[in-house]
Design a protein around this ligand. Structure first.
Ligand SMILES: N[C@@H](CCC(=O)N[C@@H](CS)C(=O)NCC(=O)O)C(=O)O
Length: 152
């Protein structure tokens, strides 16, 4: 059995999908959380100066979506065909596109800058979530899955 160590900050952020995949698959992992005060010392020890990092028996994967895809494939959550995987990738990228550009300002900004970011985020989110609902309803009768008929 592989030994997994997932390193990220002490919050959900970019890595919660990986933690969720471990939980859904019932696979044990070390949930290594770095406090912000310790980050300057830890940063140079990471391959590219950022988190998350997944260590599997001493081998390292960086980039959150590469980690998600590796785990999803390994645990049976990815698509059954190349086509299904592409549909899943499209949805993940769609979410990324509206979520990340404004999130930093929304979480850390203030005043007018923050209000503007919230307004833009709300507008984009309304459109993207509407598009996603349409995809859900078109997946053979809207049974709750974007792709396929099962979660595992
Ligand atoms: N594209 C990378 C982005 C990684 C990233 O920006 N991580 C942030 C936390 S969400 C980070 O490590 N920030 C601290 C820093 O850059 O010093 C991924 O998806 O893993």
């Amino acid at each position: 059995m592989a030994s997994y160590k997932l390193t990220y900050f002490n919050g959900r952020g970019r890595v919660e999908t990986a933690r969720t995949l471990f939980k859904l698959a019932g696979v044990a992992f070390e949930d290594h959380r770095i406090e912000m005060k310790d980050w300057p010392e830890y940063k140079p020890k990471t391959p590219f100066g950022s988190l998350p990092v997944l260590d599997i028996d001493g081998r390292i994967i960086v980039q959150s979506k590469a980690i998600f895809r590796y785990l999803a494939r390994g645990f049976g959550f990815y698509g059954e065909s190349n086509w299904d995987c592409a549909q899943i990738d499209s949805i993940v990228d769609m979410l990324d596109e509206f979520y990340y550009p404004k999130m930093f300002v929304i979480l850390t900004g203030s005043g007018e800058e923050k209000e503007k970011a919230v307004a833009e985020f709300t507008e984009t989110a309304t459109k993207v979530l509407g598009d996603l609902e349409k995809i859900l309803s078109e997946n053979d009768g809207g049974d709750g899955y974007f792709v396929g008929k099962r979660y595992n």
